[in-house]
Design a protein around this ligand. Sequence first.
Ligand code: NAG
Ligand code: NAG
Ligand code: NAG
Ligand code: NAG
Ligand code: NAG
Length: 286
Amino acid sequence: MFLMFVLFCLCWWRLIGVFGDSVSVMEGDSVTLHTSVTKIRDDDDILWRFGAEKSLIAKISIENQIFSTYDDVPDGRFRDRLKLDNQTGSLIITNITTEHAGDYKLEINGAKLTSKTFSVSVYAPLPTPDITRNCSSSSSSSSSSSCSLVCSAVNVSHVTLSWYKGNSLLSSISVSDLSISLSLPLEVEYQDKNTYSCVLNNPISNQTQHLDITHLCHTCAGVPLYIVLISAAAAGSLVIVVVICCICRRCRKTVETQEEDRTDSSMCKPTTRQKKSKTESVYENI
Ligand SMILES: *[C@@H]1O[C@H](CO)[C@@H](O)[C@H](O)[C@H]1NC(C)=O
Ligand SMILES: *[C@@H]1O[C@H](CO)[C@@H](O)[C@H](O)[C@H]1NC(C)=O
Ligand SMILES: *[C@@H]1O[C@H](CO)[C@@H](O)[C@H](O)[C@H]1NC(C)=O
Ligand SMILES: *[C@@H]1O[C@H](CO)[C@@H](O)[C@H](O)[C@H]1NC(C)=O
Ligand SMILES: *[C@@H]1O[C@H](CO)[C@@H](O)[C@H](O)[C@H]1NC(C)=O
């Protein structure tokens, strides 16, 4: 009884070969769904159907001299996009869009009936993700030398967004159906010398943005403390230089006009020398 069942199954299997195939393709590309036939035989009928309604979109019958695509079914979405390979009967879909994602069923009616379903997924080309500094983030880490960053991608679906440190994955976030905006945070130290990158990928492609810490971490209103200090020192020394110049001009005038008054000039000269050396040391630090 069991043997009969197995034999029946084997016969059925031979009669209707059912195979499945997943095909991923980028929007705008062409895809060929292969029949695996090297040459169409004269008594073969080849049918291509699309979608849940199994709309007939292409038919080849050598006997009846039919070699046609029907690109107005189910709704004109295939217009000028279907081609048939006249040797193999393979279906070629050109300039594919997300509308053309779905199941394509191949039926070969010959000495035996063979069918095969191709599940076609269409992916939009990926944008390059953006890395920006999150200035509004009140750094949760205790260190004041850390920098909060956000990697983001707008209007994406069926993608994963990830942060990598060198080659190792730090974090990632995924989205399936909906076309939305994704963002993923990262906190780094200003002095961090590691290479970080943000990668947006779908099953067939990826886009990478490399992080430039020195560039990005200095663009916020809340700039790092040492930059504030250097700027303040620079501004301060400029004021001092201006003040000294004014004083000295006045001193020199005083010295020229009142040569006998020694106290004024002796007070002026050492001060000048001292302030100048201070200014120079500040510039050396910068
Ligand atoms: C197949 O198509 C090519 C051009 O696309 C043509 O040259 C050739 O004659 C065709 N073969 C058959 C058997 O129709
Ligand atoms: C591909 O399809 C898109 C959308 O239907 C259309 O705008 C574009 O012109 C097509 N490109 C080619 C090369 O046919
Ligand atoms: C920036 O950080 C703040 C506080 O941590 C957070 O609420 C906000 O969502 C972040 N912005 C982005 C774009 O991730
Ligand atoms: C988002 O994608 C849709 C189609 O997928 C498009 O019509 C729309 O213009 C896109 N919006 C942005 C901001 O890119
Ligand atoms: C991105 O794609 C390239 C091939 O285009 C591949 O070599 C690389 O491993 C991919 N990177 C990631 C992180 O998926």
